[in-house]
Each structure stands twice: as structure tokens, then as C-alpha cells.
Write a protein that binds this ligand. Sequence first.
Ligand code: KG4
Ligand code: ZN
Length: 339
Amino acid sequence: MSAFPIILGIESSCDDTAAAVIQNRKILSNVVANQKIHQSYGGVVPELASRAHQQNIVPVVNEALKQAGIHSGQLSGIAFTRGPGLMGSLLVGSSFAKSLSMSLDIPLIEVNHMAGHILAHFIDDANENSPEFPFLCLTVSGGHTQIVKIKDYFDMEILGETIDDAAGEAFDKAGKILGLDYPSGPIIDKLAKEGNPEKFKFSKPKVEELNFSFSGLKTAILYFIQKEVKENPNFIQENLNDLCASIQKTIVDILMQKLISASEKTGIKQVAIAGGVSANSEIRNRLKKMEMEKGWNVFIPKFEYTTDNAAMIAMAGQLKFEQSEFAGLDAQSVSKYTI
Ligand code: KG4
Ligand code: ZN
């Protein structure tokens, strides 16, 4: 085995139990156990999430080591998500990481989940080329919506973020109103392909600076649907594709408008995206268009590195390991944790 350190990453901030092994920026394994249990509740139930993490964590880590073709004695360090996230979920990952680091007598590394999403862009096969500093990253998922300026690996500045719901939540809540399954983002994306995005107009929020708001949109959709269904009980079924296309366009318009302002304000044209919503085909198309229209250099990493995963935690862990930035065994999980 070469001299490069081997880092295990553990991610358990929300409803995915994940473990990954990295060496010299190359992912040797990337295992995720999704928790299907939340589907029937239409959202993540924190109590159920922590119980499922406890059930999954040992098999997921064992599988990650097995797929990487290594045994635990070959590990050089253990990185875990310290926050932000659900406290009960975070505690499972951090307690496990601490125990393992103690038993193997190797360093423990704490990672900020949001920084992890961004640093995933530096994984060897995430993009054709890695972004250069400084760059902007739009992190959009079921739990987050942020525009971040990245000056260096661990020198980041939040330029704007949501003041209420996340963009993924906006997709999921709109889907719930339309009677779609959870998570609704991918379903809306699929149905929108057959719909007319101009058919229905929803007003966009006026939020200061580079911040976002999505809760008003959810209410606007709810009132609009209630009014229409009163007149025509089949309104949703008869207009489902157009509704999906129009809602998707509104959400993507809101995101793109702020991202364009961020680029104009900072003069930065290197723009990356992270988080589960980056799978959305409309946002991908619109970002690609910006390459032609505004000369942006756009970074859209492989899908498995954009949703919640442990490869991103392992990547961030490797960078911190190189700087000997280790955590103590008394490191506390934190539900709110700014980058
Ligand atoms: O990053 P992620 O897997 O987990 C976290 O929330 O942290 O993101 C999940 C979110 C959900 O809200 C889901 O509806 C949304 O990403 N999503 C999408 C698409 N695929 C996933 N939203 C829009 N279009 C998609 N294709
Ligand atoms: Zn996330």
C-alpha cells in the first residue's frame, strides 16, 4: 500500500447513513443506506432517523471497508459530520467515529456538512477539472439553500441563504399539495418535461440581498390549487404536467436570479452546484446556458457526490488530515453549524 493516508468518512446528519473511504482524493468506496421509512410520513421523522442510523451504521461502515478492499487497521484517520443536522442523527455518527478512532488509536476529524458538500468538488472523479479559487457554490437540497464564496478549502463566506424553507423542501411541499409521493423533486422534474412552464404564474418573493425565501411560494400554490379545485375537482389531474413545469420554473428562476446577482456582485464566473436539487434537469440546463451567455465555468459533480454522502466527508477529512487539523474526543455534535 502506498504512503498516502487512507481516511474513512462517516455521514449521518439527516436520513442517510453513509460511509466512504478515500485515498489521495480517489474514492475507494462510497456506501449509502437510504432510510425508506420516512416515505410514508411525507418527510424525515427525526426520532425514526436516529434509530435507523443506529441499526445501519455498523453494516454500512463494514461494507465501505470491504468495498475499498481494506481492513480497519489500514485507516489513517476518521472523519465525521459534526453538524449541521438532526441532533439524534449526528450523535450516532460522532459516537461511532469517536469509538473507532479510540480503538484504532488514529486521529479523529470533524467536518462541517455544508463545507463537505462544497469540497466534494475536489474528489478526483467529481468533475472533469476541479474549480479554482475563488468560486461560487449554490448548495441546494432538502435541508439547505446557500450561495457560498469559496476563497480556499477552509475559507468560505456565505453570501446568501434561505430565511425559511430550503429549495428541495419547496419541491417536496409543492408535490404534497399536488398529491405526489415524497420526495417529490424528482417526480416534478419528470412530469415537468411534458408540461408548459408558462401556463401558471406564481409570484416570486422579494427578499433582500442574496437571500432566499420559499415559504410564500408554498402558500401561494396551496391557495391557488384550493381555489381551482373548488371550481373543478379534476383540476390537478387535468393540469398536472403544466403545474409541475410552472412550479419548477418558478423555483429555478428564484435560484438563478440570485446566483446571477452573486456572480455579478463578486465578478466570479466559476460557479459550482451541490445538493440533491442539483439533479434537477431544468437547473442543469439553465446553468449550462450561463456558460454560453455569461462565460461562466460551471461545475456539476457526479450525482453520488451531490446528494448526502460520506465521500464528501472523507474528502474534507483528507484535506484536514493533511493540515493536521484534528478533533478531540470531547467534540460535540451541533445542530446549527455555520461554515
Ligand atoms: O441532498 P439531498 O439528497 O438530501 C438533503 O436534503 O440533504 O436532497 C434531497 C432533496 C429533496 O428535497 C428532493 O426532492 C430533491 O433533493 N431532489 C430534486 C431532484 N432530485 C432530488 N429536486 C428537484 N429535481 C430533482 N431532479
Ligand atoms: Zn446535505
